[in-house]
Design a protein around this ligand. Structure first.
Ligand code: SRM
Ligand code: SF4
Length: 554
C-alpha cells in the first residue's frame, strides 16, 4: 500500500482506502433505510460503471414536502468498439423494462446507459447483464473508460482489426480487482489473497482516461477529444501502425480560467506491434505525473501541458522502450455517420439509423424500439453504436436484407434518414435534465425543439442542405463535445447558453465562445445573421465553421 500524501483529496483517500474498490458497498446496498449509498461508496460505485442520481424535476417538490431526494442509479456498460449481438440487445431491453426507465440511451462514447434503477435493483441488473457476458466495469471512475473505435461501415476493411484493438486495450487497462464480481455477483473473496494491480496500484489514475481509435478519412470518434487518440495508418492496403495523440479533453468549469478544452497533440507514429505498450505507458505516465490535488486540473491534458509535449513524449519513450517516428500523413474528411445501407469489403450489409440524441424510443409513426426488438429476435443483425449517438444494424448477410428492411418499414424506421435535415443528423445533445446532477440547462430534451427553429432559419437562408454540426450540453463539462462543433451551445443557467462557433467540420479545430448567456430568441437571432452572411459571402464550398472562423474569429 502506498502512504497517504500530505494533502490528500477526498477522492484520492477514497480510492486508497477502498480495498480494491470494495469500500463498504456491500453494507450500503443492504441498508434499507435509504435509497442512497454512503458518501464514499457513491464515489467508488463509479468505478463499477454506476452513478447515484436523483430526479431533478422532482427535487423542489420533494424538498417542500420535506422528503429525501428521489434516488436512483444510472448504469453505463463497457462495450469497447461499441458492438453487441442481438442477444445482448434483447437482454438490455429486458433489463431496461424490468429495472430501469425502459429507455436505452446511446451515449457519445459508443455504449449504452440505463437510468432510474433503484438501489435494490442494482444487483439484479448487473446479474442480468452478466448472464449475457456484458459488464459495466470501469465504464466510469478514475480509470480507462470505454475504448471507442470508428464505426463507419465504409471503413469495414479495417473495422475488425481496430475493433479488436479497442477490446485488447480495454483489457490491458482494466482494474485487476475482483470487487465487481464480489459486490454484484456474489463471488467469494479469497481471504488473504493479495491483489496485485501493476497499473492502478491502490491510487488508480488521477482522473478519467479516454481512448479513441480512428480510421481516416473518418473521424466519427472525435479522436482529438480523447486523452489518447490513435489514428490508424494504412499503407498498401494494411494498417501498419498508428499516429498517437495525447491530451485531448473538453471539460471546463465556468469562471475557472485554469480549465480549458484541448485537442490532443501528436506524439508521433508507432508500429502496430508497439501500440498497446505505448498506450499502457501513457497511462502510467499520467498515473505518476497527473495532478492529484485539484480534480479540476487532473486530466491528462493538464499533465501534457505541464510536462510539454516533448517532455511527455520522452517520458513515454523511456518507459515503453519505443521510439516515436514522425507522424505519418493522413486526411480526415468527416465526423458524420453515413446513413442508410452500406456494403463492406466482405459483402456484409450495414444499415445506419439516425437516433435523435441517442434515445431509443417509440414515437407515433416511428417505433424504433419495437423495430429493434423485432430485429434482435431474428438474430440476423449485430448492433453497433456510434459516437454520434446513432445505431448501425451491422453485419447483415445479403439474404437477410429483405427481412430487416421489411421490419424497418413496418415500424416507420426505414426512410427516417431521408426525412431528417442534415443539421439534425449532425446534432448531438448530452443527457442533462432530469438525471444529470451537474446540469445547469437542458440538453437532450431541448435540442430537438431548438433544431425545429434552426431549420426554419436555414430554409429562409437557402441553407437547408448544409451539413452543419450543432451540439448542445447542459453545462461546461462537454459531454456532447460542443467545443469542437461548428455550432456549440453550452448551458450556463436554466434556458441560457453560451454560443460557440468556428470549429471545422472534421473536428480538428476547437471553436470559440462567440456570445454569452443567450436565451432562445437571442440564439436564433445570432444564428440568423450568421447564416444570412454565410449564404451571401462564403467562399466556394466553404463550410459554416470555416466561414465563422475566417470572418469572426481569426
Ligand atoms: Fe460526461 C460527467 C454523461 C461523454 C465530460 N457525464 C458526466 C456525468 C456522469 C455527470 C456526473 O458526473 O455525475 C453525466 C451523466 C448524465 C446522465 O444522467 O446520464 C455524463 N458523458 C455523459 C454521456 C452519457 C453524455 C451523452 O449524452 O451521451 C456520455 C457518456 C459517455 C460514455 O459512454 O462513457 C458522456 N463526458 C462525455 C464526453 C464526450 C467524450 O468522451 O467523447 C466528455 C468530454 C470529453 C472529455 O472527457 O473531456 C465528457 N462528463 C464529462 C465531464 C468533464 C470532465 C473534465 O475533464 O472536466 C464530467 C464531469 C466530471 O468528470 O467531473 C462528466
Ligand atoms: Fe451533465 Fe454537463 Fe455532461 Fe450534460 S455536459 S451530461 S449537463 S455533466
Amino acid at each position: 500500500m502506498s502512504n497517504a500524501p500530505a494533502k490528500e483529496t477526498i477522492a484520492e483517500k477514497a480510492k486508497r482506502e477502498s480495498d480494491g474498490l470494495r469500500g463498504t458497498l456491500k453494507d450500503s446496498l443492504l441498508d434499507e433505510h435509504t435509497g442512497s449509498l454512503r458518501d464514499t461508496d457513491q464515489l467508488l460505485i463509479k468505478f463499477h460503471g454506476i452513478y447515484q442520481q436523483d430526479d431533478r424535476d422532482r427535487r423542489a417538490e420533494r424538498e417542500e414536502r420535506k422528503l429525501d431526494k428521489e434516488y436512483s442509479f444510472m448504469i453505463r456498460l463497457r462495450i469497447p468498439g461499441g458492438t453487441i449481438g442481438p442477444v445482448h440487445w434483447e437482454q438490455a431491453q429486458k433489463v431496461a423494462h424490468k429495472y430501469a426507465t425502459g429507455t436505452i440511451k446511446i451515449t457519445t462514447r459508443q455504449t449504452i446507459q440505463l437510468h432510474g434503477i433503484i438501489k435494490s435493483n442494482l444487483k439484479p441488473t448487473i446479474k442480468a447483464f452478466n448472464e449475457v457476458f456484458l459488464d459495466s466495469i470501469a465504464a466510469c471512475g478514475d480509470v480507462n473508460r470505454n475504448v471507442v473505435s470508428t464505426a463507419n461501415p465504409a471503413a469495414s476493411k479495417h473495422h475488425t482489426e481496430i475493433y479488436q484493438l479497442a477490446g485488447d486495450i480495454s483489457k490491458d487497462l482494466l482494474p485487476k480487482t475482483r470487487s465487481y464480481y464480489e459486490v454484484w455477483l456474489d463471488e467469494e473473496k479469497i481471504a488473504d489473497k493479495k491483489e496485485e494491480d501493476p497499473l492502478y496500484r491502490d491510487v488508480y489514475l488521477p482522473r478519467k482516461f479516454k481512448i479513441a481509435i480512428a480510421i481516416p478519412p473518418y473521424n466519427d470518434v472525435d479522436v482529438y477529444a480523447n486523452d489518447v487518440g490513435l489514428v490508424a495508418i494504412e499503407e498498401n492496403g494494411i494498417i501498419t501502425g498508428y499516429n498517437v495523440n495525447v491530451g485531448g479533453g473538453l471539460g471546463t468549469t465556468h469562471g475557472n480560467e485554469k480549465t480549458y478544452p484541448r485537442l490532443a497533440s501528436p506524439l508521433g507514429y508507432v508500429s502496430k506491434s508497439d501500440v498497446r505498450k505505448v498506450v499502457y505507458e501513457i497511462a502510467t505516465t499520467q498515473r505518476d505525473n497527473g495532478n492529484r490535488e485539484d480534480r479540476k486540473l487532473s486530466r491528462l491534458k493538464y499533465t501534457v501541458d505541464k510536462m510539454t509535449v516533448d517532455g511527455f513524449r520522452k517520458e513515454v519513450e523511456k518507459r515503453s522502450g519505443v521510439k516515436f517516428a514522425p507522424e505519418k500523413p493522413f486526411t480526415f474528411k468527416t465526423r458524420s455517420d453515413s446513413f442508410g445501407w452500406a456494403i463492406d469489403s466482405k459483402g456484409l450489409y450495414h444499415y445506419t439509423i439516425f437516433v435523435e440524441t441517442g434515445l431509443v424510443v417509440d414515437k407515433p409513426g416511428f417505433q424504433l424500439k419495437t423495430a429493434l426488438n423485432e430485429i434482435a429476435k431474428t438474430r440476423r443483425a449485430m448492433f453497433r453504436f456510434t459516437c454520434n449517438q446513432n445505431l448501425i444494424l451491422s453485419d447483415i448477410k445479403g439474404k437477410d436484407l429483405g427481412l430487416i428492411e421489411e421490419i424497418l418499414k413496418k415500424y416507420g424506421v426505414y426512410g427516417i434518414n431521408d426525412s431528417v435535415s442534415r443539421i439534425r443528423k449532425n446534432s448531438i445533445a448530452c443527457v442533462a435534465f432530469n438525471t444529470c446532477p451537474l446540469a445547469l440547462a437542458e440538453g437532450q430534451r431541448y435540442l430537438p425543439l431548438l433544431i425545429d427553429k434552426v431549420e426554419a432559419l436555414l430554409d429562409k437562408n437557402n441553407l437547408r442542405d448544409e451539413p452543419i454540426t450543432i451540439r448542445m450540453t447542459g453545462c461546461p463539462n462537454g459531454c456532447g463535445r460542443p467545443y469542437n462543433s461548428e455550432i456549440g451551445l453550452v448551458g450556463t443557467a436554466y434556458g441560457k447558453y453560451n454560443l460557440h462557433i468556428g470549429s471545422d467540420f472534421e473536428g480538428t479545430r476547437l471553436n470559440q465562445k462567440f456570445k454569452e448567456n443567450l436565451e432562445e430568441d437571442e440564439i436564433l437571432s445570432e444564428l440568423d445573421s450568421l447564416f444570412s452572411e454565410f449564404n451571401k459571402s462564403r467562399k466556394e464550398s466553404e463550410s459554416f465553421g470555416d466561414y465563422c472562423h475566417r470572418t469572426r474569429l481569426s
